[in-house]
Design a protein around this ligand. Structure first.
Ligand SMILES: NCc1[nH]cc(CCC(=O)O)c1CC(=O)O
Length: 333
């Protein structure tokens, strides 16, 4: 690698002098093609738009509202949306049966989105937390999150989502063996063509707080998720989880959260050369949007900069609540 010549032969500011020169030497760009838009669905009248207090500017929508969001994504050139259900308390059980009810909110929303905008890919979340009386991503017995029983439930969930027409399945639970179990079950059921984006490097993070409010899981959750999500101190372990999930049949992998873990994005890109995504999670959104609304930072610029950083770190794409806003902005310029 060459370093720049010593001053005054080298004057790096020469290439920063004008927008034209800066544009010529710019290394990374963000386009609408890089975006996956996470959307929240709940039961209610078609026009429902319920703002999430800890995520100002982000709404829970009805199934019809998800169809509108899919159309909006299509208009803005956003290739994919990702569905997250808010489940009413009375549908939450310890066995999480609602998770594989083919008529559940997620499945209804998949069908509505695909009918409204078939060209937009629909990604789903596979984890039990929205349906779990215990708020955890797995089945809890005697205070323990059970691995193998949870994997069976997740496979059922994957199959009903596949049947409803999902394009990308997103297991976010961090149980061991779930990708392999799903991959085999999908293959057997005739869904061998469906892709899996594994939440592989999923850290036990405080930045998920607002999301848990959004899906209504905060109240139920006792304790934390550190017996299954990765210790934020561990980068090598995150690499092992990526390797493991790829070996079990994941097509794409994710690092989550994003901004505090850009080092992991770069390591995954360089080490595995596979489609790599980052999730700019609810707490990251809340920090940027909260500070912007307080007048402490320029929200538009901070949004754009934070997303470009993922491209620089080596990501192919980003799940972000800013997706429609940044896509609109990219269209204007
Ligand atoms: N397993 C559920 C899940 N899927 C996505 C997120 C977080 C997304 C966000 O914070 O925006 C979570 C929360 C968690 O693991 O507790």
């Amino acid at each position: 690698m060459h370093s720049s010549a010593p001053f005054p032969i080298g004057r790096p500011r020469r290439l920063r002098r004008s927008a034209a020169l800066r544009g010529l030497v710019r290394e990374n760009v963000l386009t609408a093609d890089d975006l996956i838009w996470p959307v929240f669905v709940r039961e209610g009248p078609a026009e429902l738009m319920e703002e999430i207090p800890s995520m100002p500017g982000v709404f829970r929508r009805s199934v019809e509202g998800i169809a509108d969001a899919a159309r909006e994504a299509a208009e803005l050139g956003i290739p994919a949306i990702c569905l997250f259900p808010y489940t009413e308390d009375e549908k939450k059980t310890a066995a999480c049966e609602e998770a594989w009810n083919p008529e559940n909110l997620t499945c209804s929303a998949i069908r509505a989105a695909k009918a409204a905008a078939p060209e937009v890919a629909v990604m789903t979340d596979i984890a039990l937390d929205p349906y779990n009386a215990h708020g955890h991503d797995g089945i809890v017995k005697n205070g323990e999150v059970l691995n193998d029983e949870t994997v069976e439930a997740l496979v059922r969930m994957a199959l009903v989502q596949a049947e409803a027409g999902a394009d990308i399945l997103g297991p976010s639970d961090m149980m061991d063996g779930r990708i392999g179990a799903m991959r085999h079950a999908l293959e057997e059921a005739g869904y061998g063509h469906l892709s899996i984006m594994s939440y592989a490097a999923k850290m036990a993070s405080a930045f998920y707080g607002p999301f848990r409010d959004a899906v209504g899981a905060s109240g139920a959750l006792k304790g934390d998720k550190s017996t299954y999500q990765i210790d934020p101190a561990n980068g090598d372990e995150a690499m092992r989880m990526v390797a493991r999930d790829l070996s079990e049949g994941a097509d794409m992998v994710m690092v989550k959260p994003g901004m505090p873990y850009l080092d992991l994005c770069r390591r995954v890109r360089e080490r595995f050369s596979v489609p790599t995504f980052a999730y700019q999670v609810s707490g990251e959104y809340a920090m940027i949007e909260g500070a912007a609304r307080a007048g402490w930072i320029d929200g538009e610029k901070a949004m754009a900069e934070s997303l470009l950083a993922f491209k620089r770190a080596g990501c192919d794409g980003i799940l972000t609540y800013f997706a429609p806003r940044i896509a609109r902005r990219l269209k204007e310029v």
